[in-house]
Design a protein around this ligand. Structure first.
Ligand code: NAD
Length: 581
């Protein structure tokens, strides 16, 4: 019974083999969690296509197929790279590696994306094998690059069997490592969930050849590579009678899904380190081959904990400068100040050019959790008892609760139009965590909607990039049982019915309040006359992201609407001026 068949059937087998019982129970727990989300016999892509999960008997045939293919590729002098986890990072990283050419312009890598066959994620494998990207992004490079590597260059494929690891020269680990918060707005009360990462490392060590390089790209709690991954690998190697040290390295991703998705991986600076001299040399060689390091040179750190810490500090810094503007945003609203113009005025100073308006919350997979990984690691991996962290947790807590204020603005705007928020039809424009991407993880819009639902509003949502908003549709089980943010609010049951409306005209029709929650390009161009015509009546307009120009704000007022905005205190002044004329 291959280990991955455990995932596939969801049954309890007395197969512990090379895994520790703790590790086994983690896999099983995770597996059962995923099994309960959807059917246990097939996986459904966001586009609605059903893919039957592989049966236990399919694994051998799959491995034979891979082996044959790998033998052919090796004969062409291609290095075999397995990318574990073909999510937002892994899918595009796999394509970039597969696109690599040598000095003569010939493909030098053969890449196999490896994805566990859970009901939630298996669909990514057949899609990738067709040359279709499992992630949706605005970057025009993503789709053709994946199609080219799979169908033309034939340097990329995907599989579900862990046995593929036996064939790897390099394994790139792009699985998730989560930070689970127990409260809303208190990051200290949380834990790092590294079950997927620990199980991946165990499986890798039980399959790979001892001289394969294992590159962890996952953002981890500092200390993980040396104090969690290394001991797991060492133990597995020992069981297999392998004396040598694993060639373990860390290099974090700085990917920005969006218009520059590919470039943010390939044409961007990287930091890396290795557990020993050989691992360090191997990771430097690999990254120099697959990334544009001529223009964006590598930074090589002495130890993996330094590379891991760099990622955490980098994102804590970003979370902090964003959180910093929250109090000034409230200040601006209460004192007739437009914070958007204040920021523009300050940003002309080159030293302050990275100031950015925070919007209704800081989402994405990284900024809400990475500081938490650092604070947690200080105690639970590195073993300190004192509490030295003040700014990082406070910043994350501010960012996590910033969206609540949008509920108040919407309530007040509707009240000014003589309408209570309870039972009002509220349209939220944008579900994604940032502009022009389809990723809803930790999006500020989720908090906005949960607060509005708590206050009794009826919710509709439009987003050009998001197909399903699992945080609502599957809130009983997604992102895990008992983990939905629904638990921090009352009146959340009906949000399971939230569906993304793709037709903007339909979404607008009859809405009583419209919230500009994300700066998607499609929303920046919307003109007040057009919006009000499509709504069919004046409505409350809430600007969470500095989307509205002063002319547009003025026009909305003239059309009978009420306007409010995060950090946009000057709106009241515009309203007063219009009243006087
Ligand atoms: N998304 C971003 O913008 C971003 C940016 C920088 C860094 N990162 C980091 O990169 C890492 C991956 O993030 P992501 O956004 O790609 O996550 P993701 O959830 O989109 O992808 C992770 C994938 O790994 C798969 N997986 C989990 N366990 C597995 C196993 N045992 N074997 C094989 N596959 C397995 C999952 O099914 C999933 O497809 C995280 O540590 C994240 O913090 C993400």
């Amino acid at each position: 019974m291959p280990v991955d068949a455990i995932f596939e059937t969801g049954k309890v087998y007395l197969y512990i083999g090379c895994l520790s019982s703790l590790f086994f129970s983690c896999i099983l727990r995770k597996n059962l969690k995923y099994q309960s989300i959807m059917s246990d016999s097939y996986s459904i892509s966001p586009g609605g296509e059903k893919f039957p999960l592989p049966k236990p008997e399919a694994y051998k045939t799959e491995f034979d197929r891979l082996k044959k293919r790998v033998d052919q590729e090796r004969a062409k002098n291609r290095e075999i790279v397995v990318v574990m986890g073909v999510g937002f990072v892994g899918a595009v990283m796999a394509a970039i590696v597969a696109d690599t050419v040598d000095k003569n312009g010939n493909p030098s890598k053969f890449v196999i994306g490896m994805q566990r066959p859970s009901a939630r994620s298996y669909w990514k494998i057949p899609l990738l094998n067709r040359g279709v990207s499992p992630v949706k992004a605005e970057d025009p490079e993503v789709d053709p690059m994946i199609a080219r590597c799979v169908n033309d260059k034939k340097t990329l494929m995907a599989t579900y069997t862990y046995d593929v690891l036996k064939l790897a020269d390099v394994v790139v680990v792009d699985v998730q490592c989560d930070y689970l918060k127990e409260d809303l707005g208190n990051v200290r009360n949380g834990i790092t969930d590294m079950a997927a990462l620990e199980s991946s490392i165990g499986v890798i060590a039980s399959h790979i050849s001892p001289d394969a390089l294992v590159l962890i790209e996952t953002t981890v709690a500092p200390g993980t590579t040396e104090q969690v991954a290394y001991p797991i690998m060492k133990k597995e190697f020992k069981k297999r009678g392998i004396e040598s040290d694993p060639l373990l390295a860390h290099s974090y991703e700085r990917v920005m899904p969006g218009r520059n998705y590919v470039a943010s991986i390939r044409d961007f600076w990287r930091v890396c380190s290795g557990i020993n001299k050989e691992a360090k040399e191997r990771v430097v060689k690999f990254l120099n081959e697959v990334l544009n390091t001529d223009k964006f040179p590598l930074t090589v750190m002495d130890r993996p904990i330094e590379s891991e810490t760099a990622k955490i500090v980098e994102n804590s810094y970003r979370a902090t400068i964003l959180a910093f503007l929250d109090e000034w945003s409230l200040y601006a609203e209460r004192n007739g100040v437009d914070l958007i113009k204040v920021i523009q005025a300050i940003k002309v100073r080159p030293t302050h050019s990275n100031m950015i308006f925070p919007g209704p919350g800081i989402g994405g997979y990284c900024l809400p959790k990475d500081g938490g990984l650092g604070v947690w690691a200080y105690k639970h991996i590195l073993g300190f008892e004192d509490d030295i962290f003040k700014i990082t947790p406070m910043a994350i807590d501010i960012n996590d609760t910033r969206g609540l204020h949008v509920g108040q603005l919407t309530r007040d705007a509707l009240r000014n139009m003589g309408q209570p928020i309870a039972a009002a039809d509220v349209l939220v424009l944008g579900a994604a965590y940032r502009e022009d991407v389809g990723d809803t993880r930790y999006s500020g819009s989720e908090i906005v909607i949960r607060k509005l639902a708590e206050m009794g509003a009826e919710i509709r949502v439009h987003d050009p990039y998001v197909e399903h908003w699992w945080e609502f549709e599957q809130q009983d089980t997604y992102p895990g049982e008992g983990l939905s943010k629904a638990r921090f609010f009352r009146n959340q049951e009906k949000l399971k019915e939230v569906r993304i409306e793709k037709d903007l005209d339909k979404a607008l029709n009859g809405a009583e309040a419209v919230i500009f929650a994300v700066r998607h390009e499609a929303y920046l161009k919307l003109q007040p006359d057009e919006v009000v015509k499509k709504i069919g009546q004046p409505a409350a307009i809430i600007d969470c992201f500095g989307v509205l120009t002063d002319d547009n704000i003025r026009r909305y007022f003239k059309l009978g609407c009420e306007v409010k905005g995060l950090g946009r205190g000057h709106i009241q002044r515009i309203k007063d001026e219009l009243r006087k004329t």
